[in-house]
Design a protein around this ligand. Structure first.
Ligand code: EPU
Length: 336
């Protein structure tokens, strides 16, 4: 069954809390709902809205927003060393992480407390504290309106990269994710080598999945604003990947600049948060929009800002980083 809402107010459906509207919103549960909906031939322009945690509406959306409300989590297979777990697209991501830790399964604990839904996780290959969703995803089930049927894509065909996947590229606007399957381990596999994770876990005791989850939640709560209190979409920008020569030029001037290798030896990843911080913009605000004082990658709605205002503010940040370092930073957030 699907439910149609005409002219919805989107302020409670996007974590930036911008008061934009859409022509209509359809809440669906299953691929069969989508098949019936698209068979009717009246959908027109559409966009999938998950938890609204990685989106900036800069104007009213003229088409149909599709939102999955199914939230089931199922064990499909369990052996001595792993379990295959399937979660519906509408499941809260952190509910899945919590469920996996409660069931003694390893692989998602470093991705604790990332806001958003399971259906959004493969799209931008969410990541944090040394892990990415792609490390655990084995299959993505999606409905394809062009064909009117369901397809299952194996991990190796998902084109995963840093905050990137096929769903942002050739399948953009062509696939609606309905569920995701994960392969999770039963043997302890702690990953503690990012930032203060190891020290925070050590304070709690042994490196159990529960302690890692607790530690990561504490680190995130200390650094990142709670979207329930302050409108934001997590990192507004992606960390830029630049030619090695650019990184070397910058390192001569700023030997303390964080930089990370990538799969391509000629490309180096820089930290956009550091670049913004070094332009002196951290904590800066203009009107109703600001940069979070504890993490310069996060743009915050200080109350009542519209999408256009937030976009213009982000444009100023990009410009300042470009002028100071000669590096282009790109939004991570979807801009509609
Ligand atoms: N830094 C600063 N100033 C800042 C922010 C960062 O100097 O204001 C420096 C840090 O000291 C560190 C480096 O920049 O040396 C990287 O910072 P951090 O470890 O905090 O991670 P990040 O690159 O800023 C990424 C993800 C976050 C994720 C963290 C932790 C992206 C775009 N962001 O941030 O993801 O939580 O790593 O793994 O890759 C999100 O995507 O919404 C998000 C919050």
């Amino acid at each position: 069954m699907f439910k149609e809402i005409i002219d919805p107010d989107l302020s409670g459906r996007n974590s930036f809390r911008v008061p934009q509207r859409a022509a209509r919103l359809i809440e669906f549960e299953t691929a069969e709902d989508l098949r019936q909906l698209f068979a009717g031939g009246t959908v027109g322009e559409w966009f999938v809205l998950g938890g609204g945690n990685n989106i900036l509406f800069t104007q009213d959306y003229p088409g149909t927003l599709l939102h999955c409300t199914a939230r089931g989590i199922r064990t499909v297979e369990r052996t001595d060393d792993h379990a295959t777990v399937e979660a519906d697209a509408g499941t809260e991501w952190d509910d899945l992480v919590d469920w996996s830790v409660q069931h003694g399964l390893w692989g998602l604990e470093n991705l604790s407390l990332i806001p958003g839904t399971v259906g959004a996780a493969p799209v931008q290959n969410i990541g944090a504290y040394g892990c990415e969703a792609k490390d655990a995803i084995v299959q993505v089930e999606m409905f394809c309106p062009e064909m009117g049927n369901v397809l299952i894509l194996d991990r190796e065909h998902c084109g995963f990269g840093y905050r990137d996947s096929i769903f942002k590229r050739s399948l953009r606007g062509r696939a609606i994710i309905t569920s995701v399957r994960f392969r999770l381990g039963t043997a302890p596999a702690p990953r503690l080598d990012y930032g203060d994770v190891a020290s925070e876990v050590a304070r709690l005791g042994a490196p159990t999945a529960e302690n890692i989850r607790t530690a990561i939640c504490a680190i995130r709560r200390a650094k990142l604003p709670d979207p329930a209190q302050t409108g934001n979409a997590g990192s507004f920008f992606k960390n830029p990947v630049v030619p090695r020569s650019t990184a070397e030029r910058l390192l001569e001037q700023h030997p303390d600049m964080p930089h990370y290798p990538t799969a391509d030896p000629d490309r180096i990843k820089l930290a956009a948060g550091w670049l913004i911080d070094r332009t002196g913009l951290k904590g800066w605000s203009l009107g109703r929009v600001g940069i979070h004082p504890r993490q310069a990658l996060v743009v915050v709605n200080l109350g009542g800002a519209g999408g256009g205002e937030i976009l213009a503010f982000a444009g100023t940040i990009r410009q300042r980083v470009l002028e100071r370092f000669g590096v282009e930073i790109e939004p991570e957030v979807n801009i509609l």
